[in-house]
Design a protein around this ligand. Structure first.
Ligand code: URA
Length: 263
Protein backbone atom coordinates (compact mmCIF):
# COMPACT_ATOMS: atom_id res chain seq x y z
CA UNK A 1 0.00 0.00 0.00
CA UNK A 2 1.22 3.48 -0.80
CA UNK A 3 2.07 5.69 2.15
CA UNK A 4 -0.43 8.53 2.76
CA UNK A 5 2.44 11.01 2.99
CA UNK A 6 5.12 10.97 0.36
CA UNK A 7 8.70 11.82 1.21
CA UNK A 8 8.57 15.41 -0.10
CA UNK A 9 5.30 16.25 1.67
CA UNK A 10 6.73 14.84 4.92
CA UNK A 11 9.91 16.85 4.53
CA UNK A 12 7.94 20.07 3.79
CA UNK A 13 5.82 19.47 6.92
CA UNK A 14 8.90 18.94 9.03
CA UNK A 15 10.61 22.08 7.66
CA UNK A 16 7.45 24.04 8.43
CA UNK A 17 7.46 22.83 12.03
CA UNK A 18 11.14 23.72 12.42
CA UNK A 19 10.38 27.19 11.07
CA UNK A 20 7.68 27.51 13.73
CA UNK A 21 10.27 26.81 16.36
CA UNK A 22 9.74 23.09 17.11
CA UNK A 23 13.05 21.73 18.30
CA UNK A 24 12.30 18.15 19.28
CA UNK A 25 9.90 15.31 18.63
CA UNK A 26 8.38 14.11 21.86
CA UNK A 27 5.75 11.38 21.32
CA UNK A 28 3.84 9.86 18.39
CA UNK A 29 0.45 10.41 20.06
CA UNK A 30 -0.74 13.56 21.89
CA UNK A 31 -0.90 13.48 25.69
CA UNK A 32 -4.00 14.81 27.43
CA UNK A 33 -2.51 16.38 30.52
CA UNK A 34 -5.99 17.14 31.96
CA UNK A 35 -7.02 13.48 32.06
CA UNK A 36 -7.50 12.14 35.60
CA UNK A 37 -4.99 9.42 36.41
CA UNK A 38 -6.50 5.90 36.37
CA UNK A 39 -4.67 4.93 39.54
CA UNK A 40 -4.64 7.04 42.64
CA UNK A 41 -1.10 8.15 43.44
CA UNK A 42 0.56 5.86 46.01
CA UNK A 43 0.55 7.16 49.54
CA UNK A 44 4.00 8.25 50.56
CA UNK A 45 5.50 6.79 53.69
CA UNK A 46 6.73 9.35 56.16
CA UNK A 47 10.51 9.17 56.46
CA UNK A 48 11.96 9.44 59.95
CA UNK A 49 13.67 12.77 60.44
CA UNK A 50 17.00 11.00 61.03
CA UNK A 51 17.04 9.54 57.48
CA UNK A 52 15.11 12.31 55.72
CA UNK A 53 16.56 13.71 52.49
CA UNK A 54 18.38 16.98 53.05
CA UNK A 55 16.30 20.01 52.04
CA UNK A 56 16.72 20.81 48.33
CA UNK A 57 19.57 23.27 47.85
CA UNK A 58 18.57 26.76 46.77
CA UNK A 59 19.25 27.27 43.06
CA UNK A 60 22.50 29.13 42.61
CA UNK A 61 22.33 32.28 40.50
CA UNK A 62 24.88 32.05 37.70
CA UNK A 63 26.47 35.23 36.40
CA UNK A 64 26.43 34.42 32.68
CA UNK A 65 28.57 37.41 31.71
CA UNK A 66 31.25 36.49 34.28
CA UNK A 67 31.18 32.87 33.08
CA UNK A 68 31.50 34.01 29.46
CA UNK A 69 34.47 36.23 30.35
CA UNK A 70 36.17 33.34 32.11
CA UNK A 71 35.58 31.00 29.17
CA UNK A 72 36.70 33.53 26.55
CA UNK A 73 39.79 34.63 28.44
CA UNK A 74 40.85 31.02 28.93
CA UNK A 75 41.58 30.47 25.24
CA UNK A 76 44.50 31.56 23.10
CA UNK A 77 43.49 30.77 19.52
CA UNK A 78 40.50 30.56 17.18
CA UNK A 79 40.00 26.81 17.57
CA UNK A 80 39.99 27.25 21.34
CA UNK A 81 37.48 30.08 21.07
CA UNK A 82 35.18 28.04 18.85
CA UNK A 83 35.38 25.13 21.30
CA UNK A 84 34.68 27.46 24.25
CA UNK A 85 31.58 28.80 22.51
CA UNK A 86 30.43 25.30 21.64
CA UNK A 87 30.77 24.35 25.32
CA UNK A 88 28.99 27.48 26.62
CA UNK A 89 25.63 26.33 27.96
CA UNK A 90 24.22 29.53 29.45
CA UNK A 91 22.68 31.00 26.29
CA UNK A 92 19.21 29.65 25.49
CA UNK A 93 19.66 30.40 21.78
CA UNK A 94 22.00 27.43 21.53
CA UNK A 95 19.14 24.99 22.21
CA UNK A 96 17.07 26.10 19.22
CA UNK A 97 19.93 26.38 16.73
CA UNK A 98 21.06 23.67 14.36
CA UNK A 99 24.66 24.81 14.16
CA UNK A 100 27.18 27.06 15.81
CA UNK A 101 28.02 29.80 13.30
CA UNK A 102 31.54 30.85 14.20
CA UNK A 103 33.31 32.69 11.37
CA UNK A 104 34.38 32.63 7.75
CA UNK A 105 37.07 34.26 5.66
CA UNK A 106 40.75 34.84 6.19
CA UNK A 107 41.80 35.21 9.86
CA UNK A 108 44.86 37.15 8.69
CA UNK A 109 42.63 39.80 7.07
CA UNK A 110 43.12 43.48 7.88
CA UNK A 111 39.32 43.90 8.05
CA UNK A 112 37.08 42.05 10.48
CA UNK A 113 33.33 42.28 9.85
CA UNK A 114 30.99 41.76 12.77
CA UNK A 115 27.37 41.07 11.83
CA UNK A 116 24.28 40.60 13.97
CA UNK A 117 23.16 36.97 14.04
CA UNK A 118 22.84 33.99 11.73
CA UNK A 119 19.62 33.58 9.77
CA UNK A 120 18.09 30.38 8.44
CA UNK A 121 20.69 29.75 5.72
CA UNK A 122 23.61 30.45 8.06
CA UNK A 123 22.10 28.19 10.73
CA UNK A 124 21.84 25.39 8.15
CA UNK A 125 25.36 25.78 6.80
CA UNK A 126 27.17 26.81 10.00
CA UNK A 127 28.75 29.79 8.20
CA UNK A 128 28.03 33.51 8.51
CA UNK A 129 26.50 35.54 5.68
CA UNK A 130 25.69 32.79 3.20
CA UNK A 131 22.10 33.81 2.40
CA UNK A 132 20.87 36.69 0.23
CA UNK A 133 22.41 39.31 2.56
CA UNK A 134 25.71 37.42 2.39
CA UNK A 135 25.66 37.43 -1.41
CA UNK A 136 25.21 41.20 -1.33
CA UNK A 137 27.96 41.56 1.28
CA UNK A 138 30.35 39.63 -1.00
CA UNK A 139 29.39 41.85 -3.94
CA UNK A 140 29.90 45.02 -1.86
CA UNK A 141 33.40 44.02 -0.81
CA UNK A 142 34.14 42.66 -4.29
CA UNK A 143 33.47 46.19 -5.58
CA UNK A 144 36.48 47.41 -3.58
CA UNK A 145 38.55 44.34 -4.55
CA UNK A 146 38.20 42.57 -1.23
CA UNK A 147 36.73 39.20 -0.37
CA UNK A 148 36.51 36.37 2.13
CA UNK A 149 38.35 33.84 -0.05
CA UNK A 150 41.28 36.13 -0.75
CA UNK A 151 44.60 34.79 0.58
CA UNK A 152 46.38 38.15 0.65
CA UNK A 153 45.62 39.72 4.04
CA UNK A 154 45.52 43.26 2.66
CA UNK A 155 42.56 42.40 0.41
CA UNK A 156 40.92 39.80 2.62
CA UNK A 157 37.97 40.02 4.99
CA UNK A 158 37.17 37.93 8.04
CA UNK A 159 33.50 37.63 9.05
CA UNK A 160 31.77 36.76 12.29
CA UNK A 161 28.58 37.67 14.17
CA UNK A 162 27.79 38.87 17.68
CA UNK A 163 25.51 35.85 18.15
CA UNK A 164 26.82 32.48 17.01
CA UNK A 165 23.33 30.91 17.20
CA UNK A 166 20.23 31.79 15.22
CA UNK A 167 17.49 33.39 17.34
CA UNK A 168 14.15 31.58 16.87
CA UNK A 169 12.17 33.09 13.96
CA UNK A 170 15.00 35.62 13.62
CA UNK A 171 13.70 37.55 16.62
CA UNK A 172 15.78 40.41 17.98
CA UNK A 173 18.35 39.18 20.49
CA UNK A 174 17.72 40.16 24.09
CA UNK A 175 20.12 42.60 25.81
CA UNK A 176 21.12 39.81 28.22
CA UNK A 177 22.05 37.55 25.28
CA UNK A 178 24.13 40.30 23.68
CA UNK A 179 25.84 41.02 27.00
CA UNK A 180 26.78 37.38 27.63
CA UNK A 181 28.19 36.92 24.12
CA UNK A 182 30.18 40.17 24.06
CA UNK A 183 33.20 38.69 25.93
CA UNK A 184 33.53 36.13 23.12
CA UNK A 185 33.39 38.89 20.50
CA UNK A 186 36.05 40.86 22.37
CA UNK A 187 38.34 37.83 22.59
CA UNK A 188 37.68 37.09 18.91
CA UNK A 189 38.90 40.59 18.03
CA UNK A 190 41.97 40.17 20.27
CA UNK A 191 42.93 36.90 18.59
CA UNK A 192 42.32 37.99 14.98
CA UNK A 193 43.88 41.40 15.68
CA UNK A 194 42.49 43.15 12.59
CA UNK A 195 43.52 46.70 11.67
CA UNK A 196 39.92 47.80 11.21
CA UNK A 197 36.50 46.55 12.33
CA UNK A 198 33.28 46.97 10.33
CA UNK A 199 30.02 46.68 12.25
CA UNK A 200 27.07 45.50 10.17
CA UNK A 201 23.78 46.39 11.79
CA UNK A 202 22.25 47.41 15.08
CA UNK A 203 23.06 44.36 17.17
CA UNK A 204 26.74 44.71 16.29
CA UNK A 205 26.56 48.43 17.10
CA UNK A 206 24.95 47.70 20.45
CA UNK A 207 27.37 44.93 21.37
CA UNK A 208 30.56 46.73 20.39
CA UNK A 209 29.77 50.45 20.83
CA UNK A 210 26.97 50.14 23.39
CA UNK A 211 24.51 52.10 21.23
CA UNK A 212 21.86 51.54 18.58
CA UNK A 213 20.83 53.77 15.67
CA UNK A 214 22.88 52.38 12.80
CA UNK A 215 21.29 54.74 10.24
CA UNK A 216 22.64 57.69 12.27
CA UNK A 217 26.01 56.13 13.15
CA UNK A 218 26.89 54.67 9.75
CA UNK A 219 29.90 56.11 8.04
CA UNK A 220 31.20 57.74 11.24
CA UNK A 221 34.51 56.27 12.37
CA UNK A 222 34.57 55.31 16.04
CA UNK A 223 36.88 53.34 18.29
CA UNK A 224 36.39 50.09 20.19
CA UNK A 225 38.74 47.39 21.47
CA UNK A 226 41.55 49.85 20.64
CA UNK A 227 40.73 49.70 16.89
CA UNK A 228 39.08 51.99 14.36
CA UNK A 229 35.47 50.90 13.89
CA UNK A 230 33.17 51.72 10.99
CA UNK A 231 29.44 51.13 11.48
CA UNK A 232 27.66 50.34 8.19
CA UNK A 233 24.12 49.63 7.03
CA UNK A 234 23.37 45.92 7.12
CA UNK A 235 23.15 44.24 3.68
CA UNK A 236 19.71 42.88 4.65
CA UNK A 237 18.57 46.49 5.11
CA UNK A 238 20.07 47.39 1.72
CA UNK A 239 18.06 44.59 0.11
CA UNK A 240 14.90 46.18 1.48
CA UNK A 241 16.01 49.76 0.83
CA UNK A 242 18.11 49.69 -2.36
CA UNK A 243 18.32 53.51 -2.38
CA UNK A 244 20.51 53.32 0.72
CA UNK A 245 23.20 51.52 -1.34
CA UNK A 246 24.57 54.98 -2.15
CA UNK A 247 25.48 55.45 1.54
CA UNK A 248 26.95 51.96 1.72
CA UNK A 249 29.14 52.75 -1.28
CA UNK A 250 30.39 55.94 0.42
CA UNK A 251 31.23 53.87 3.51
CA UNK A 252 33.13 51.29 1.46
CA UNK A 253 35.20 54.06 -0.10
CA UNK A 254 35.86 55.47 3.36
CA UNK A 255 37.03 52.01 4.46
CA UNK A 256 39.33 51.68 1.46
CA UNK A 257 40.82 55.13 2.19
CA UNK A 258 41.38 54.21 5.85
CA UNK A 259 43.20 51.02 4.83
CA UNK A 260 45.40 52.95 2.42
CA UNK A 261 46.15 55.61 5.06
CA UNK A 262 47.15 53.00 7.61
CA UNK A 263 48.95 50.58 5.26
N1 URA B 1 22.88 38.66 9.00
C1 URA B 1 23.90 38.74 9.88
O1 URA B 1 24.04 39.74 10.58
N2 URA B 1 24.75 37.72 9.93
C2 URA B 1 24.64 36.65 9.17
O2 URA B 1 25.47 35.75 9.29
C3 URA B 1 23.58 36.58 8.26
C4 URA B 1 22.71 37.59 8.18
Amino acid sequence: MESALDYFAAEALLTWQVELGATEAILDTPVDRYETPKQAPKATVATPASVAEPAAAKPVEVDAVAEAKKAAQGVSDLDGLQDALAAFELCELKRGARNLVFADGNPAARVMIIGDAPGRDEDREGKPFVGAAGTLLDRMFGAIDMGRDVPLSKDAIYITNVLPWRPPQNRDPKPAEIAMLRPFVERHVEIVAPDVIVLMGNVAGEAVLGKRGITRMRGTWQEAFGKPVLPMLHPAYLLRQPRAKREAWADLLSLKAKLEDTA
